[in-house]
Design a protein around this ligand. Sequence first.
Ligand code: DAH
Length: 356
Amino acid sequence: MENELRQLASESEKQLIGLKDLAALEVLKIEVLGRKGKLAEIMKGIATLSVDEKKVIGQVANEVKAAIETGFAAAESRLAGAAEESKNAAEWLDVSLPGVKPGVGHLHLTTQAIEDITNIFAHLGFVRSRHPEVDWDYYAFEAVNMPKDHPARDDWETFFIAGADGEQMTGKKGKIVLTPHTSNGQVREMEKGVLPIRMVSIGKCYRRQASARHLPMFHQFEGLVVDKKSSVTELKGVCDYFAKSYFGPDRVTRLRPYHFRFTEPSFELDISCGVCGGVGKIDGVKCKLCKEGWLELGGAGMVHPNVIKAGGLDPDEYSGFAFGWGVERTMMMRAGINIDDIRLLYRDDLRFIRQF
Ligand code: DAH
């Protein structure tokens, strides 16, 4: 028995040397010193010994147990030290190294333009407002003086919304459409009943069209002023201020007579060409961009009395002016942004987006 005990001591000493980590040490500890371990197994035999033998073997057993335990404790501290060391090596960090720059994106070109436009009009006291993109045809057409079945509605190439049954959806105020222009916001703004109005409503518009110059989804900004006194002179002043702020101080605008159902009189607003300086010629040769000195920006006019009425106001008391231009179109005309195909804006090609 004494031999068995001494053998266990030298055996576990050897095993401890070969251990790789703390987990293996734990397993070995249970195997040797555990309640059902090797030492306990040998000690079971003590019961069969005489009293004298018990004394001797008991002493040897205590020595052996203490020696084994000391061996385990030493191995444990050795392995714990090694574990700490390798953890330190793995987690070592040089805090003095220059950091890795996180990738920084930027706002989309259209969002930048919307912010610029909003800020310019804010200087003139225009407040940005928002109106529904999905609206009743009442606000898109009837309210802005385009009665039901009026042929002028055809120009707006409108998307109509169908329900789950495939039928045209209608609501309280007519058919449900994707707004083909931001002019739906005019009467909606008047209905709020807060006067005078100086709003710039910027939002998405939808039309059945797709080409290098047209998209089924695009943005417009709609300016609307309604007050006791407003005039074409004021409208011209606002257009000029915008053109000079957005395109540069040397640009001028002109109002060209036109026709819209919702304004009377109506105009198209032109801006002097930035390439030929509004002359239409460069060294005697026709300007390739404008051909005649002017570029078309968008529509404008004095709000039609029927629109004022639809807004619940008295046209003898209130008048106003309005304008509506495409955001993408306006932005693409700005110097330095030479985009010849509007569809590029929304193709999500980072090589394109990153340029701006
Ligand atoms: N809604 C018109 C369009 O989409 C643009 C427009 C023209 C808006 C004249 C106006 C305006 O407010 O007065 O083509």
